[in-house]
Write a protein that binds this ligand. Structure first.
Ligand SMILES: *Cc1c(COP(=O)(O)O)cnc(C)c1O
Length: 349
């Protein structure tokens, strides 16, 4: 093998009842680490989960060269384990790394590291229908040098944590017309750490006003919808599934991509295009049945109960027969092997 991975297993299995633990709080027993030095990936290993030692001069701590992915492994109907859309996540990871001037991870190393880690911690993959093992591959610049520069040394790591339903209730959100998450030509299409740090303040303000999340709009005019929180925003209005077209300021979500493919396949009308806040408001004001939801790996589908435009809240449809739930079920069926995986989205261990 080009990149041999050494494995040091944890001395004993310590899986506990993880269902009551908040998202991301409890890591599995193992983690993967590889080092980038002298232009090469080396020392790839799976070890018991441990803290890192970093120089305070490490560049990631100062200038934000950090990139991550979020993906999931599922327990299938037949008891095998499926890592969902690993290739698509790998491709996006690579795009994010390119944008941040960070070295790509060879696909064979990424795939093998995922495979070995999930295999070793397979007991942590929840069996419950709403459970999965959340996988977090990420990279940080570790070179110890405080001057502003592209780092020459990095760590690529993967950690994992059991995950269940992300949001307990449908969300109340507001259209954000002052702050922006991302701008044209910026880093919105990359899953890099700084995007999230910068979004905290507007989100906290929205929470103080009684909302759960913001609906981001474009940074120039604030007239067009972009994303909701850290999810892609999708709408189902008059039999059409509508979502903002991808741009430099919208993340190319794997869940978004999967849902669009499923919808198209069953002949649903699908539109990826600019969606004006005004168009949405008009539909809501006209009393149309509007389904709105966030799409992302962590929550899969987060139903939106209401959207406030200029301080006025409009209700969206969240009934059990909503189309978003049908799509969610179809995705679930593919991931768990109930429905055939015609797209080759599953990587089954
Ligand atoms: C991760 C993320 C999404 C969702 O992408 P998935 O691949 O579906 O998980 C959407 N928007 C932002 C800003 C994200 O960080």
């Amino acid at each position: 093998m080009e990149y041999p991975i050494s494995i040091t297993p944890h001395a004993e299995r310590t899986v506990t009842d993880t269902k009551s633990i908040p998202f991301g709080k409890v890591p599995t027993e193992h983690m993967f680490v590889a080092e980038y030095r002298d232009g090469k990936w080396q020392n790839a290993r799976i070890t018991p989960f441990h803290d890192l030692t970093l120089s305070p001069l490490a560049l990631c701590l100062h200038y934000g060269q950090t990139v991550f992915e979020g993906m999931k492994a599922f327990m299938m109907e037949d008891g095998r384990i499926n890592i969902f859309r690993m290739e698509k996540h790998y491709d996006r990871f690579s795009k994010s790394l390119d944008r941040m001037c960070m070295p790509r991870v060879p696909q064979s190393l990424f795939t093998e590291a995922m495979h070995q880690l999930v295999q070793l911690d397979s007991k942590w993959v929840p069996e419950e229908a709403d459970g999965s093992l959340y996988l977090r591959p990420f990279m940080i610049a570790t070179e110890d040098r405080i001057g502003v520069k592209i780092a020459d040394e990095y760590l690529f790591m993967i950690v994992a944590s059991p995950a269940y339903q992300y949001y307990a209730n449908p969300l109340k959100i507001k259209v954000e017309t002052h702050f922006s998450r991302a701008a044209d030509g910026g880093t919105g299409m990359a899953k890099c750490g700084g995007n999230y740090g910068g979004a905290f303040f507007p989100t906290q303000m929205a929470k103080e006003e009684g909302y759960d999340q913001v609906l981001w709009t474009d940074s120039k005019t604030h007239e067009f919808i972009e994303e909701s929180g850290t999810m892609n925003a999708m709408f189902y209005i008059d039999g059409t599934l509508i979502t903002p077209a991808l741009s430099g300021s919208i993340l190319d979500g794997v869940t978004r991509n999967s849902l669009l493919a499923l919808a198209r396949e069953q002949g649903m009308k699908v539109e990826e295009r600019p969606l004006a806040v005004k168009e949405l408001k008009d539909a809501l004001e006209a009393g149309k049945r509007v389904e709105a939801f966030g799409a992302g790996t962590a929550a899969v589908i987060a139903p939106i109960a209401s959207i406030a435009v200029d301080g006025k809240a409009y209700d969206c449809y969240v009934g059990e027969d909503a189309t978003m739930f049908t799509l969610k079920k179809e995705l679930y069926d593919i991931r768990t092997g109930i429905a055939p995986d015609t797209h080759k989205w599953n990587y089954v261990l």
